[in-house]
Write a protein that binds this ligand. Sequence first.
Ligand code: SF4
Ligand code: SF3
Length: 522
Amino acid sequence: MFCFQCEQTAGGTGCSQAGVCGKSPAVALAQDETVVALIRLARAALRQGPVSKETGRLLIEGLFLTVTNVNFDEADIRRYNALYQEAGDALGAGAADDLSPQTLFHGDRDIVSLRSTLLFGLKGMAAYADHARVLGYEDPAIYQGCAAFLAALVEDHTVADWLGLLMDFGHLNLKTMGLLDQANTESYGRPTPTTVSTHIAPGPFIVVTGHDLLDLKMLLDQTEGTGVAVYTHGEMLPAHGYPELAKYDQLKGHFGTAWNNQQAEFDNIPGALLYTTNCLMPPRPSYKDALFTTGLVAWPDLPHIAADAEGHKDFSAVIAKAKALGGYDQGQEKTGANGGHTMTTGFARDAVLAHAGTVVEAVKAGDLRHIFLVGGCDGAKPGRSYYTDFVKATPADSLVLTLACGKFRFNDLDLGTLGGLPRLMDMGQCNDAYSAIQVAVALAEAFDCGVNDLPLTLVLSWYEQKAVCILLTLLALGIKNIYVGPSLPAFFSDTVLQTLVETFDLHPTGQAEEDLAAILGA
Ligand code: SF4
Ligand code: SF3
C-alpha cells in the first residue's frame, strides 16, 4: 500500500506497511480501486453529456467513502466499488477507461503532488456535498464539476494548468460549502451563540460524533420521551447552536473533546456511541460493544444503521443499547482540554456580523488590534500544542474566531470579552469555514479594502482531506499570508510548496510566540 493523504502519515512521508490510522493494506487498495472506478464512471458520464443526479450522487458518495477515518471495512468498500463499476458499464465505459490504481501515482513527483492535491481536495468536498444532499440540497454544477475534476486527474497537464485546476476546484468547493451552509441554516435555523455544558447526568445516554446533523436530528426525534439523553462529541458540538436541534430537552451537553482522544474518552463508557462520519479510530475492546456506525462509516463486524429508501434511519438498537448500559450512577464532568466545564458555540456569520458595527468601530478606535481565525482539524501527533499556545498568547485587544475540531485544544478557556463580545467565538464545524469567509468579505466591504488588507490572519491546522479543500478555496479567493501546520502535507512536493509559498505567502507554522509577534508586527 501507499497512502499519504493525511497529516499523520507514517514518517511524515507515506504509510506503506499499514496506516497509522488503522487502515490495512487491503482497505487501502480497495479505496484506491474506488477512486479509479469513480474516474471510469466520470469519464463515461461526461461522454454522454451533462452528468445526471444519479451519477453525481455516486461520485460524491464514493469519494467520501475514502476520506481518512471513515470506512475500514474492505467487504463494504468492495460492495460500493461494484456499484460504481456497474454504473460505469451502463454508461458505456470501455477498455480505455479501465485504470489501475497505480495510475494515481504515475508521473514525476510534482505531477503526483498536484494530482494528489486535487484528488484529496475532491474527497473533502464530496463529504460536504453529501451532507447537503441528505438534506435535499443538490446542485448539478457541483456534480458536473466533480466529474470533470475526476476525469482531469488522469489527463496530462502542465504544472501551470494543474495550478489553474486547483484554483477552479477551490471555487467549486466554495459553492459546495455555500450549499451546505444554506442546507443547514434552512433546515435547522440560523446558529445562535450558546453555552454548552460538559456535565454528564446520571442515567442512560448516547454520544453522537461525526458531522452529520441529520443523523443527530433523527436520533433526537427517536429519543424523545425515552429517558435516554444525547450528548455531542467532537465535530457535533456546533449542533447546540442550531435552534431546531437545541430545542430537544434530551440534547444535554457535550462529552469530551476531539476525535483523536476518543480511545481514552470512551474507555469503559456506560453509554452507546454513534459514529455518523469521520473520524473513527480502531475501537478498543472496552467500548467496542457500545459502538454503532451509520452513513459511510464502517468497521468490520460492528453494527451499522443503514437508511431506508426514504433516507429514514431506525436508531432503536442504539437506544436499546444505551438503556442496557444504563449510564453513570453519578454525574460526571467530562471537561475540556484545559479543565473547563463549558464550551460556547453558535457564532456563525449572522451572530458575528450582528456586531460588525462594533468590530469596525473598535478597529478604527484602536481598541481592536487584530482578528485571528485559528481553525482546522485536531490530530494525535505532537506539535499541536502550538494552537493552544498561540490562542493563549493572543493579546487582550484581539478576537479569536475558530471552527472545526482543532478548537478543542482551547475552546474551554475563558479569554474574556472585548467591547461586549467574547474574545473566543466558535463558528462551527469545518464546513463553516464558509461562514468565516463571509465574515471576512463583509468586514472588507465595511472597511472598503481587500480581505488581505484587513487586520485578520488565518492560522490553520490540518489533518484530513476536508482541510485540503478548504485551503484550496482560501487560496482560490486570493487570501494570502495563511499559517498552516502543525506539519506540511507529505503530498506537497518541494516545487508545489515553493510555488504556494511564493504565490500566496503561505507560512508553515513555527513557534507560537514568534509567529504571533511576526503577525502583530506586520
Ligand atoms: Fe496513513 Fe493517513 Fe493514509 Fe491512514 S489516511 S493510511 S494514516 S496517510
Ligand atoms: Fe476534525 Fe476529523 Fe478534520 Fe471536521 S473530525 S475537522 S479531523
